[in-house]
Design a protein around this ligand. Structure first.
Ligand SMILES: [Zn+2]
Length: 71
């Protein structure tokens, strides 16, 4: 089984996206993805890359508003 750990974090200064190479700016959300099977350490992905790879998805909160959340 492929264990993938992922969490949504906030950029504290500047950071390079490990997917598209874009510079993420302060206070942007990014995904911290760590795949045990691949064994090459965690990658940090911008929100766009997370969406493309299915790590971010729209969910409705208890008031019916759509909100993007990391799975
Ligand atoms: Zn990216």
């Amino acid at each position: 089984m492929n264990m993938v750990h992922r969490s949504g974090l906030i950029v504290l200064s500047e950071m390079l996206c490990g997917g598209c190479g874009r510079v993420m700016k302060y206070a942007e959300r990014y995904g911290y993805i760590y795949c045990e099977e691949e064994g090459d350490g965690p990658v940090r992905l911008c929100a766009d890359c997370c969406r493309q790879r299915g790590y971010l998805s729209l969910k409705k909160d208890d008031k019916g508003r759509e909100k993007e959340t990391f799975l």
